[in-house]
Design a protein around this ligand. Structure first.
Ligand code: PLP
Ligand code: COI
Length: 354
């Protein structure tokens, strides 16, 4: 892969691989030996490097720290049963990376630089990809502004970086969620559709409060009336009601998930009826009450397919069907894993081989 992008590689002489406990990998704590770094200046991307993972030195005045010119992506690499390595649908993330960049007044990155930088980094650290079921190498590309200048204006210089780390599942049990009726994650005309760092910072207080009340996650609702379902934490949300797969249509308050698109593609090909539209809180709760809510889950890269066990809304707690008995979400998770770990043929061309 490196031949398509001129990358200087400095190998880590102090690998942490041997000291890493691959049987205990909570999400986001462990990082692989190397990272990718590139600079943007004078209108172009340059200095493509893979270097040992480590701290970086920055001016304290960078606008990323003060005004939030910072965003990221999230995708995963898989080690197949035959030892080959693939990254799942990186061009979809490359496309969304540039949507985020445009919304935050930051430079776009050619899609091939995005995918080749990731492939080269994953290749260098391929021994870090876990092989245990449900375990993967999480890939975190990100971009941030680096001008040492406090004016509220777009920076002229930026860094694009990629770090990776082996991870286990983000959620280890069905989630108990609260439907949020006070705070909002995103607003109309805002930037909820971008993976802007600020979207996640703003979600921390409402999530902390929900966790203190005994929930695992939030279902975000529209900021105007809190009457329509939007997302589940940092994942898209889907419901199977009366045999129909229903999910909020994407709009400026909703991140257009790669997993969402993947699940909808599979469901369509399996002959399920699909509705992408505004989904009201009322209809979800009514279905939970009258027994027509056959399935409910979050869909995301970190979350994978995360079954919802219980839903709370304004003091009422609804317990949904036993997650292990649900037909659709179990089938979709198994199929996704079979494709990603190379157990079945990837007829969709989703695996980008490294
Ligand atoms: N929604 C939000 C807010 C997210 O952070 C994510 C995770 O990336 C998703 C949805 C799911 O997107 P994807 O499936 O591309 O990971
Ligand atoms: C991802 O699934 O990649 C996400 O962005 C979720 C992350 C914020 C933990």
């Amino acid at each position: 892969m490196t031949e398509t992008l001129d990358i200087s590689i400095t190998r880590n002489q102090n690998s942490r691989l041997a000291q890493t406990d691959f049987d205990n990998l909570p999400f986001g704590h462990t990082f692989s030996d190397h990272m990718f770094i590139a600079d943007y200046a004078d209108g172009e991307w340059k200095n493509f490097q893979i270097v040992p993972y480590g701290d970086i030195m920055m001016s304290p005045a960078i606008s990323a720290l003060h005004y939030g010119q910072s965003f990221f992506e999230g995708l995963k690499a898989y080690k197949h049963v035959d030892g080959k390595v693939s990254v799942f649908r990186p061009y979809k993330n490359a496309e969304r990376f540039n949507k985020s960049a445009e919304r935050l007044c930051m430079p776009t990155l050619p899609e091939d630089i995005f995918t080749h930088s990731i492939a080269a980094l994953v290749d260098v650290d391929s021994d870090w990809i876990p092989t245990k079921a449900g375990h993967t190498l999480y890939i975190r590309p990100f971009m941030f502004a680096t001008d040492p200048y406090l004016g509220v204006t777009p920076s002229k210089t930026y860094k694009y970086m990629v770090i990776t780390g082996p991870v286990g599942p983000y959620f280890t049990k069905p989630v108990k969620v609260k439907i949020e009726t006070e705070f909002s994650r995103a607003t109309e005309g805002g930037f909820g559709y971008a993976k802007a760092a600020g979207n996640y910072g703003g979600a921390m207080l409402p999530l902390k409060m929900a966790i203190q009340q005994g929930y695992d996650q939030l279902i975000w609702t529209d900021s105007r009336d809190h009457a329509y379902v939007e997302e589940l934490g940092a994942a898209n949300v889907m419901f199977m009601i009366n045999g129909k797969l229903i999910t909020p249509s994407t709009r400026d308050t909703i991140l257009k998930g790669v997993t969402r698109d993947t699940v909808l593609t599979l469901a369509r090909d399996w002959g399920y009826e699909i509705e992408e539209r505004r989904v009201s809180v009322a209809e979800v709760l009514e279905a939970a009450k009258n027994g027509t809510l056959d399935d409910a889950f979050g869909a995301g890269t970190a979350a994978t397919i995360a079954p919802i066990g219980q839903i709370e809304h304004e003091g009422h707690l609804y317990t949904l069907s036993e997650p292990s008995q649900r037909e659709f979400s179990n089938k979709v998770l198994k199929t996704l894993n079979d494709i990603r770990y190379g157990v079945v043929e990837d007829t969709y061309g989703w695996n980008y081989m490294v």
